[in-house]
Design a protein around this ligand. Sequence first.
Ligand code: MD6
Ligand code: FE
Length: 202
Amino acid sequence: MKPVKFQGADLYPALLDEAAQKEIVADIRAVTEAAPPQRFETRRGRRLSVAMTSAGRVGWISDRAGYRYAPTRPDGRPWPEIPDSVLAVWRRVVGEDRLPDSCLVNFYAEGARMGLHQDRDEGDFSWPVVSISLGDDALFRVGGVERPAPSRSVWLRSGDVVVLGGASRLAFHGIDRIRFGSSRLLEGGGRLNLTLRVVERA
Ligand code: MD6
Ligand code: FE
């Protein structure tokens, strides 16, 4: 499938059919049962509106010491493995040469949003970040590599996949808002976003 270019990113609308989406949701439910998502605190003591957990060799955490990738969960236990159904999406859009070692799981309840940020804590920016949207629609904003650069927004729907690679790898991006209740994929509504990353240097 050929992607659509959006602000330098590759957008694959409806890459995942309903069966593929349901399989991923079931596999991620096992991840979130083992490692429940939490609303992390920031260095400034604010709590993020998005609830997060991870799968893979390293996971993303935040606390009063700041944010970072960590080899264990805050309770000291390892992160669950990245499900094969999720790795299959990376294989489709990136290939087999290297697989991601971290999958950040973001859950957006009603009113949750994510401010404009760059993903720049990974060891090797030559690998893209692959983002999978499931559940409610989300307004995704992408700017440039410099924060003041003009930005544009696009509604991401369940089953859409975005690849931030190449010149867009370090682009600022965020989620302005979700349309709560717009999808029936997730029981109880909300949005699940998975981002696959290569964190450790080869
Ligand atoms: C989200 N996405 O869609 C947040 N990061 O909920 C991201 O932060 C993101 O979509 C890196 C690459 C692609 C993304
Ligand atoms: Fe991001």
